[in-house]
Design a protein around this ligand. Sequence first.
Ligand code: GUN
Ligand code: ZN
Length: 430
Amino acid sequence: MTGPALLIGQTLDFPADPFHAPLPEAARHDSRGAVLVENGRVAATGPADALRTAHPRASLHDYGDRLILPGFVDAHVHYPQTAMIASWGKRLIDWLNDYTFPEEMRFGDPDYAARTAARYFDLVLANGTTTVCSYCTIHPESVDAFFAEAARRGLRVAGGKTCMDRNAPDGLRDTAQSAHDESAALIARWHGRGRLTYAVTPRFSPTSSHAQLEALGALWAAHPDCLMQTHLAEQLDEVDWVARLYPEARDYLDTYERAGLVGPGAVFGHAIHLTDRERARLAESGSAIAHCPTSNTFIGSGLFDMAGLTAAGHRVGLATDTGGGSSFSMLRTMAAAYEIGQLRGTPLHPAQLIWLATAGAAATLRMGDRIGRLAPGMEADLVVLDLASTPAIAQRAARAGDIWEALFPTIMMGDDRAVAAVWIGGAPLS
Ligand code: GUN
Ligand code: ZN
């Protein structure tokens, strides 16, 4: 076991949610701060000089004026879509049929799944993302590849087999029973092993029969500490299709609600075109929403109501939705969230953007007591950002009057070049 390590740099942490607490209460910035890491966790934070004096034997990692943050948390991704990210010119249903399903078909091959999982984690770690919640494909092999690769790297992740028993091509359909049984076997194999969490994963109502949603609702009820992830109200065509497929349902959310798929631990991707009833029900049920801004612009889905939903007490986290999303970077994703806020007349503060990509996303995955903060007891998954990583960013940041002005150019223009270091479970990635 390695001894304690002391990371020195600027530090930024969020003791409270900046959507609800005033900024001075919500954010704690130290321009010469430190994070003491021991046994895989944050042991202490505070001024660099004081921690250095108190812990003279800790190995020193001085990052200068770089910014130490909790690692980014991506609340909704499709790792099997890595190789077809940035596919041109389609909206959701055609995009699924023409690009996504043919690619997902390949994941019955365990070697292909393993190679893609390894490439995917290389890419997200290079971007400073230390936790993801991923859809896999219909193939249990794709789930095995995802969790095996995450476990090898010591990552805290969630994921699950994507279930579909209709409106998908031959070779990409299971049944209500096989979706239940294969998901149950995967829960037994992976859930709670080390840092791994299983997410019961019906893809979305158009590709599941009511019988399949019910079977997965029963499975989730039997394993309530698993997450449940699915898509909700992403595009208007999709909402209309759901109304035709489920004439008995009150709305899109009701197709899930009738099957027991709504409640704490449920993570709904997108949630753009919601009715008032759906908004109210999502909030009172304690369900969470994953906002996927680069996907929403890339596939042309619509403008998420961040201001309205957070004000109404919804639990919202940020997500890339790769490969519907057009980037692996949570910096790029924050930039897109900012731009959507602008288009709605409600720009997000840099503190809110960083919170959504760390503590906020962690809370949507019910991991907020373990990751997403720089506080004692938290698991030491960290990212260190260079706030002057390109000439364009550097010349703008040089004029900054405070941490928010220094950070915002990196949020808007930064990418993997801004990621100076990543720590997983208390150890630096080499
Ligand atoms: N809705 C159902 N499946 C998907 C998917 O893979 N990506 C996105 N963006 N939306 C979906
Ligand atoms: Zn998605």
